[in-house]
Design a protein around this ligand. Structure first.
Ligand SMILES: *[C@@H]1O[C@H](CO)[C@@H](O)[C@H](O)[C@H]1NC(C)=O
Ligand SMILES: *[C@@H]1O[C@H](CO)[C@@H](O)[C@H](O)[C@H]1NC(C)=O
Ligand SMILES: *[C@@H]1O[C@H](CO)[C@@H](O)[C@H](O)[C@H]1NC(C)=O
Length: 399
């Protein structure tokens, strides 16, 4: 689809060039012969060598093909329009049946060649043999380049999936001294009129400028990107939190059901599945920073591990037969003083009418009550801890 679009646009351009038929092929052939006898394409354009050549560059972003955070690969489809003046290629239209423009192959004339200076794999030069350069009678050259570029863009995933990224496509003019060319950008940004929206990334801003780097001019096209995070909220953040919070409810499961450990471990495994999902998407790097979402998940899993441990301990409480130690007795027993001054123990919540002799012995075996109290306490605590984690995550991500 993308390719077709570009091809159609090329055809359209070709039609525009060929719409004036006041001359014939002999005339144009003569023009080419005259232009290229004694033309040396090794020499930079510009008569006065004391001044830099003015080169105007417009970068049209067509589409963001892909941005793989895990490998730092950023690739785009783009069109460049580069114009400059080469006086050697000017002619008088009156001498050539009013020919105003013509086209030549790129390798026949001098070009302001550039190579990507932050390539993902191999450095790519600008231009291809498939497209020609337009020449106008005043010596203006218009070089239209349709090309895909793959560059390195290190993602900072600290705020993933609410992150913003800055990616740049850089070109170096390493074949020229930095003061041979005066590269200008008509709008000092990237032209987005042909841009097709990307489903994952929203372009917030763009910029274009040139600097001098290692003795050569470096041209930088920067793109500020913002991730569209709705999908990640629905498919990652909400389910992940739901599974984690569900883990707390193990404390409401009756111990007699015998399902508590199974439930805990299953929920823990479900959280680990999310960990795998996130690991696939994010780069394995600790610089510039690790994703806060990763820390949130680590918090969920750690708390899940603690919950599982506590469930095991709590299940043991229910089957304990040893006497309840003194410091725990107040949880289930009431100590009263009888009329004659001797101590009495009674199990809480049992109406006095049903109380029997031997309270003290029963009281020593009230582990089940302690277990239930412990479970209720742990349920509330774990819910609070999950909520605190979510609040901290939101607070960090939002600033
Ligand atoms: C092209 O036009 C020139 C004069 O304008 C004429 O002399 C020549 O014969 C023409 N060539 C052809 C192939 O028609
Ligand atoms: C480049 O452009 C500037 C401003 O338009 C102009 O003054 C200068 O003469 C141009 N340089 C050349 C070599 O044409
Ligand atoms: C470069 O081009 C710009 C715009 O054409 C012009 O204003 C500036 O003076 C030029 N710089 C040099 C060093 O020629």
């Amino acid at each position: 689809m993308e390719r077709l679009h570009l091809t159609l646009r090329t055809l359209l351009l070709l039609c525009v060039v060929y719409n004036v038929y006041t001359y014939n092929i002999t005339d144009e052939d003569q023009l080419h012969k005259d232009l290229f006898t004694n033309y040396n394409n090794e020499l930079r354009a510009g008569n006065d060598r004391d001044f830099p050549l003015n080169v105007s560059m417009t970068f049209y972003l067509m589409a963001i093909k892909e941005f793989v955070e895990a490998t730092s690969k950023f690739s785009v489809n783009s069109v460049f329009i580069i114009t400059w003046r080469d006086e050697r290629l000017s002619w008088n239209p009156a001498m050539y049946q009013n020919i105003q423009k013509t086209m030549v192959s790129q390798n026949k004339i001098w070009l302001p060649t550039m190579v990507t200076s932050n390539p993902f794999e191999e450095a790519q030069g600008l231009g291809s043999d498939l497209v020609k350069v337009f020449l106008y009678n005043d010596g203006s050259c218009v070089w239209v380049i349709m090309q895909s570029f793959e560059v390195i863009c290190d993602a900072n995933v600290k705020y993933y999936p609410f992150d913003k990224q800055f990616c740049s496509i850089r070109f170096g003019t390493y074949s020229f001294d930095s003061n041979w060319l005066n590269i200008t950008f008509p709008n000092s940004d990237i032209n987005l009129i042909y841009y097709e929206e990307n489903g994952l990334w929203e372009i917030e801003d763009t910029l274009a400028f040139s600097t001098v780097d290692r003795g050569a001019a470096e041209i930088i096209f920067g793109i500020y990107l913002k991730r569209r995070s709705t999908y990640y909220i629905a498919s990652l953040l909400v389910p992940m939190t739901f599974v984690a919070v569900l883990q707390s409810f193990v404390f409401l499961l009756p111990n007699e059901s015998g399902e508590r450990i199974g439930f805990s471990v299953t929920m823990l495994l479900a959280s680990v599945v999310f960990l795998t999902l996130i690991q696939e998407k994010l780069p394995e790097s600790s610089e510039p920073s690790v994703s806060i979402l990763g820390y949130l998940l680590l918090g969920y899993i750690s708390l899940g591990g603690v919950v599982t441990l506590v469930v095991i301990i709590s299940s043991n409480l229910y089957i304990e037969t040893k006497p309840v130690p003194k410091w725990l007795q107040h949880l289930c027993c009431e100590r009263q003083t009888d009329t004659d001054g001797s101590e009495l123990y009674s199990i809480k919540d049992v109406p006095p009418a049903q109380r029997e002799d031997g309270f003290k012995e029963q009281c020593e075996l009230c582990w089940k009550k302690i277990g239930m109290k412990f479970d209720r306490f742990c349920f509330v605590m774990s819910i609070i801890l999950y909520v605190v984690q979510v609040i901290i995550f939101i607070a960090i991500v939002r600033d």
